[in-house]
Design a protein around this ligand. Structure first.
Ligand SMILES: Cc1cc2nc3c(=O)[nH]c(=O)nc-3n(C[C@H](O)[C@H](O)[C@H](O)COP(=O)(O)OP(=O)(O)OC[C@H]3O[C@@H](n4cnc5c(N)ncnc54)[C@H](O)[C@@H]3O)c2cc1C
Ligand code: FES
Length: 499
């Protein structure tokens, strides 16, 4: 077992640091004379955990806020799956020595996929963030019975990359398969759609029904359309799944001009990605200032100026009227009479919960489903709803939040509930977006009394959204560790913290 002398103890700071042990980077967690060594790369995207924060026995990754137990390396919060391998540490003569066994798995997963005696049948509808987290958590919790994943597509993939690495051409959809694979989890994929749900039974689009002991429904969202003449012309795209992303990326290959309709995060990310590969992009938004409702006017102005600096032409207060073209779209005509010639169009005007085709779910006015803290659907025993469709209790009141990490957490909590375990308390919502810079957002603010900005927003900064003397949300660029630290503070407080 090769032992590596990695540093003098006096050179190791309290908290998190990085050392090299042979050709392997190590995360050291030091609290006084207690030094522990773990895998340095986060199991989510492999980014460096030494840039994170240690607080109250938790290590938080600063990039997308996966959390780990600082004593054991066990993953406590998503995104990503896998614990941090822990390496034996010895302190001798003021030196720190770490044992690095050959062939160690840097991100071990619980070995629980062997079929066992549990006769219960768990069914998961969807192959997205919530569904994948749910089946992984069912196995992590030791469930050894049958699990079926019913979805028209598969395998589960990292959807967040579609508007980023796939559109820039840096990655193919095949590169985005989520770990652990459903084969590795011994989950049977049924290629179908679910059309109705009732207690203990569901109906499939292909005909027939299926019984279950526990059910998670996580069908995500469907991109909205504009319902305009010409909208079904080839060359007009939406962006939700792998096929749509591949088709759009292929079209971008030969395109010189694109129109992106919609100023939400996906519209902006896609516009920037298309622009990066040399396409001249017009961003048409109904709002004068995209994102102002979410981040406030000052930050929204900053984000827009960065988008424009990247070469994107913005047309504010714009609504499309119809699409021109015979075999393929050639132009977008606007309500004000303007016309923009184009080789392709992306319609990115938001998503609706994909619940419309599933009978039996009690739908809210917006098509979501209001569930309890354990994601269970009131009045439908054994049925849970998670992810973009679920309106859940949060530390900021009930909310339906359409973000990756939240969906993963839902899936994990639903798995515990399906197995009859206690519901974990809801964590603080968090999301990231890759615009001209990486922006990260914590909490949930629909309105606020003031926004306190710390730092010059054109450089690293943190904006705190304050209501009634409490920080209810924060947005950062270039201040990842500060936001991660605030996350752990809000988590410990169970919600907002004093401003
Ligand atoms: C392009 C893009 C970029 C994004 N970037 C970010 C980001 O940077 N940060 C962030 O926090 N969030 C991001 N998101 C949002 C994030 O991906 C979603 O919040 C998350 O995927 C929601 O997970 P979900 O499980 O609810 O649904 P999904 O991941 O959408 O999965 C839904 C699954 O259900 C299946 N399904 C639908 N209807 C049925 C049915 N009737 N029967 C069976 N199966 C069905 C679908 O085919 C799919 O497999 C992005 C989303 C997109 C589209
Ligand atoms: S790289 Fe750590 S959470 Fe994404």
């Amino acid at each position: 077992m090769p032992e590596h002398d990695v540093a003098a103890l006096s050179d190791i700071p309290d908290g998190l640091s990085k050392v090299e042990a042979g050709d392997r980077a190590m995360l050291l967690v030091r609290q006084g004379d207690d030094v522990r060594a773990f895998t340095h790369e986060c199991p989510h995207l492999g980014l460096p955990l030494s840039k994170g924060v240690l607080r109250d026995g938790t290590v938080i990754c600063p990039f997308h806020h996966a959390c780990f137990d600082a004593a054991t390396g066990q993953q406590a919060e998503p995104p990503g799956h896998g614990d941090l391998a822990r390496f034996a540490v010895a302190l001798r003569d003021g030196r720190v020595l770490v044992d690095v066994p050959d062939g160690i798995d840097p991100h071990p997963l619980p070995d629980t996929a062997t079929p066992g005696p549990d006769a219960r049948r768990m069914v998961v509808v969807g192959a997205g963030a919530a569904a994948h987290a749910c089946v992984a958590a069912l196995r992590e919790e030791g469930f050894d019975g049958a699990i079926e994943m019913i979805a028209p597509n598969g395998p589960p993939l990292d959807r967040t990359m579609l508007s980023k690495a796939v559109l820039t051409g840096g990655k193919q959809v095949e590169d985005l398969t989520l770990r652990p694979t459903i084969k590795g989890l011994n989950v049977v994929h049924v290629e179908d759609r679910v059309t109705a749900v009732s207690e203990g039974r569901l109906t499939l689009a292909s005909g027939g029904t299926r019984a279950f002991d526990g059910l998670l429904v996580a069908p995500g969202g469907l991109p909205r359309g504009l319902d305009l003449p010409g909208e079904d012309l080839p060359g007009i795209y939406r962006l939700r799944d792998g096929d749509q992303a591949t088709a759009l990326a292929e079209a971008a290959e030969g395109a010189s001009r694109a129109v992106v309709i919609g100023g939400g995060f996906i519209g902006l990310e896609a516009a920037l990605s298309l622009s990066k590969r040399g396409v001249k992009v017009t961003l048409a938004t109904r709002e004068a200032l995209p994102l102002a409702r979410i981040v406030g006017e000052e930050i929204a102005r900053l984000i827009l100026s960065e988008v424009k600096e990247a070469g994107i032409h913005h047309t504010p207060r714009t609504e499309a009227r119809l699409f021109h073209g015979t075999d393929r779209v050639t132009a977008v005509e606007l309500k004000d009479g303007g016309r923009t010639e184009t080789d392709l169009v992306l319609v990115a005007v938001g998503v609706s919960p994909a619940t419309a085709g599933i009978e039996g779910l009690p739908l809210d006015d917006d098509g979501g489903v209001s569930v309890g803290p354990d994601l269970s659907v009131p009045g439908l025993a054994g049925v849970h709803v998670a992810g973009d469709c679920a309106s859940t209790p949060t530390p900021f009141g009930p909310a339906r939040i359409e973000h990756w990490r939240v969906a993963c957490q839902h899936g994990k909590r639903a798995a515990r509930a399906m197995l009859g375990h206690r519901a974990d308390p809801a964590d603080i919502p968090f999301f990231w977006t890759a615009l001209a810079r990486q922006y990260r957002y914590l909490g949930h603010a629909t309105d606020w009394d003031e926004i306190r900005i710390d730092g010059d927003p054109s450089g690293p900064f943190m904006a705190r959204y304050v209501k009634e003397g409490q920080v209810i949300a924060a947005l950062t660029a270039g201040r990842d560790a500060d936001l991660a630290d605030l996350h752990l503070q809000m988590r410990a407080a169970g919600g907002p913290v004093p401003a």
